[in-house]
Structure formats: C-alpha cells, structure tokens
Design a protein around this ligand. Structure first.
Ligand code: ATP
Ligand code: LTN
Length: 332
C-alpha cells in the first residue's frame, strides 16, 4: 500500500562542517520526524557552488555531510537520503520554475542581499536564482513540510508562492509546502557576536562550534563565548549572549529556563559556560563516534547514497514528466 503519511523534505549544504546551529535548528529534528512522516533528505551540493569551492574539498565535504546526517539519526531504511547532483531533475525543474518566478521576488531575498555583501567579487547568477533551485528541491517530491531554521523561512515561502502560481496557471500539480520551524533554537547565535547568526562560513572559528570539534575545542570555544555585563544567569533582552547560551543548554539537557536560572543562582558565568560546553560535548560525543564509523566504511556509505539517489530519481522523474506535459513540452 502506498505511504499515506505526509512528506517531509529538507536539504543541507556541504559547504563546510556542520555547526551547532545547523544541528539545533535543523538536523536534530530530522531523525525524529521519520516516525511521523515520509522523509527525504538531501546534501545539496549544487547549492554549495554558488560560492567558490575547491573541487576536492567539496567532494570530501559531500561525503562527510551525508555521514553526519546518518550519524545524527537519519535511518536509510526509513528515509531517502541522497546527493542533489545525482538527481538531474532538480536542475531541469529549476528552469521551468525560473520561468514562473519574478525578478522582483528574487531581489527581495535577504540571504541574497547578505551573501552579495559577503561575496562582493562573485555575485553570480546562481547566487541570485538559488531560491528557485531550492523550490525545485521541495516541489519535485511534493513535500508538505520543510523543516528548517528560521533563516530559511523566506525561501520556503517563495517556494509556496511559486507552487501556487504554477498550479493556478497549469492546473493542480504541486503540493504547496510549508516551513516547519521549531519554537526553540530556530536561530542559534554566534558565540562571538550574539547579534549575528552562528554560521559555518564565519571567518572567526571561535564564533561557531563544529559538530566534529574535539571536546577540548568545544570547551575552549564556550569558555571564550561573549557574555554580557553583570554576572547573573537569566534570560533577558539586554543579555543576548547569556540568553543564547541558555537556549543551547536547555536544548542539550531538556531543562527549562527556570531550572537553569535556579541551577546557576549565585554562581558566576564561568561555571555556567563550562556546563554549557559539557552539555554539548555529551550530545556530540556519541554522534562523532558513529560519524567516524560511517566514514570508515566508504563502500557502505556509497551504497546507501546510490540507493537513495535511485529512489529520489524515481519520484522526481514522475513529477518532472507531469510538469513537462502541463507546460506543453512534446515527448517522442
Ligand atoms: P552559511 O551560514 O554558511 O550560509 P548555514 O550554516 O546556514 O550556512 P545551511 O546549509 O545553509 O548552512 O543550513 C542548513 C540548515 O541549518 C537550514 O535549515 C538552516 O536554517 C539551519 N541553520 C543554519 N544556521 C543556523 C543557526 N545558526 N541556527 C539555527 N538553524 C540554523
Ligand atoms: N537553502 C538552504 C538549503 C536547502 C534546503 C533545500 C532546505 C537547499 N534546498 C530544500 C530545505 C529544503 C540553506 O541554505 N540552508
């Protein structure tokens, strides 16, 4: 019998090692969603080349990203996991969707504006049309829910608009997707600048914790984390550094704000930062161990990805041929 559950799709770029932000905002939810949804997850390497990449480093990071997803709880028996460039329909659908997306819409994307500032010497067409490829990723699989961090909300909303526009023009074709954003931890902030998002492309390595950082490195980064004036562990608008650490600690330990405030009442930031570091180490250590094991068996990893790509291609080919028919492309 066909799977009657709603479908989930999400993607992550192999543009460096995943950060604590990627884990908290996105990846940690992907395993548990398998119980309720029919899940498809992709390492979106085609998105990564919007910024210049070293080919060998990209190849390596692609396998590492897949291994980290598996280590974080994606089960290839329950979900489809694949590498985006192995499914040609993403690029093909992207063209049709591009012809149904407005220049003005793309111009409003805040990520494009940010990344153009950061890569002023390489504002290429891919950086501008990136949200169209992302819409193709989602619409090819008729995903209902797209679990992402809050920074991707605008892109998922554009995917919705594109789907609706296509459906109105050519009759019902795509499921209209919705962003699935968790209340807690949808935006983890930089450890060095609590006004900025924790980002894996931050030039300052102390700003983020990578999922494969050694325990002593994780601890050092938390000890150096920027806090606020005063010495009290309390969530407040004028304490963005401490509030960010409380969010991280709460997610890692399951404790709520009141419990955290009580635990550190009368103790300084030093104790608190050490506890936060340890809580992250406790969660990451078993993931890092599985990650090492998965990477050590390259043949098995390749087999999983080959199977995932085959399954993805089957679904994607169906959607694409429907779209081609609807827009009036001939097929001989
Ligand atoms: P970069 O910051 O270099 O652009 P990134 O770290 O945002 O990259 P992506 O591959 O673009 O990485 O994001 C993968 C997922 O992780 C997305 O769902 C994104 O919303 C989420 N995410 C990224 N950073 C954070 C963060 N600091 N807090 C919460 N979620 C995040
Ligand atoms: N644009 C996203 C990554 C991404 C994605 C997707 C997320 C590409 N395709 C489809 C969800 C669904 C990012 O930069 N984080």
């Amino acid at each position: 019998m066909a799977d009657q559950r709603e479908r989930v799709f999400s993607g992550i770029q192999p543009s460096g090692t995943f950060t604590l932000g990627n884990y908290v905002g996105a990846v940690r939810h992907w395993g548990p969603l398998q119980a309720e949804y029919d899940c498809i997850y992709s390492v979106v390497n085609m998105h990564a080349i919007t910024v210049r990449q070293q080919p060998a480093a990209l190849r390596k990071a692609t396998y590492e990203a897949a291994a980290m997803l598996l280590a974080s709880g994606i089960d290839p028996e329950q979900s489809v996991i694949f590498i985006q460039s192995e499914v040609p329909q993403h690029a093909e659908l992207s063209w049709v969707l591009a012809c149904n997306t407005m220049f003005g819409e793309l111009s409003r994307m805040t990520q494009f504006k940010d990344k153009s500032k950061k890569n002023a010497d390489n504002i290429n067409g891919g950086l501008f049309t990136y949200p169209i490829l992302m819409a193709a990723d989602i619409l090819l699989y008729n995903a209902h829910q797209v679990p992402v961090g809050v920074d991707q909300k605008q892109h998922v909303e554009l995917s919705r608009d594109i789907a609706q526009r296509f459906n109105n023009a050519y009759s019902d074709t795509f499921v209209v997707p919705a962003p699935l954003i968790q209340k807690q931890g949808a935006k983890v902030m930089s450890l060095q600048d609590p006004a900025a998002k924790m980002s894996k492309s931050d030039p300052n390595e102390n700003a983020y914790v990578a999922m494969d950082d050694a325990p002593e490195v994780i601890m050092r980064k938390f000890k150096r984390a920027v806090t606020d004036s005063g010495g009290e562990v309390r969530r407040a608008e004028d304490k963005p550094g401490v509030s960010n650490l409380m969010t991280i600690y709460g997610i890692m330990t399951g404790k709520d704000d009141a419990a955290i405030e009580a635990e550190f009442a009368g103790r300084g930031y030093g104790d608190f930062k050490e506890a936060v570091g340890q809580s992250v180490i406790d969660v990451f250590t078993p993931i890092q161990q599985r990650y090492g094991e998965i990477l050590a068996d390259k043949a098995e990893l390749e087999r999983i990805l080959r199977e995932g790509a085959e399954k993805a291609r089957r679904i994607a080919a169906k959607t694409l041929s429907k779209v081609y028919r609807k827009v009036g492309f001939v097929s001989n």
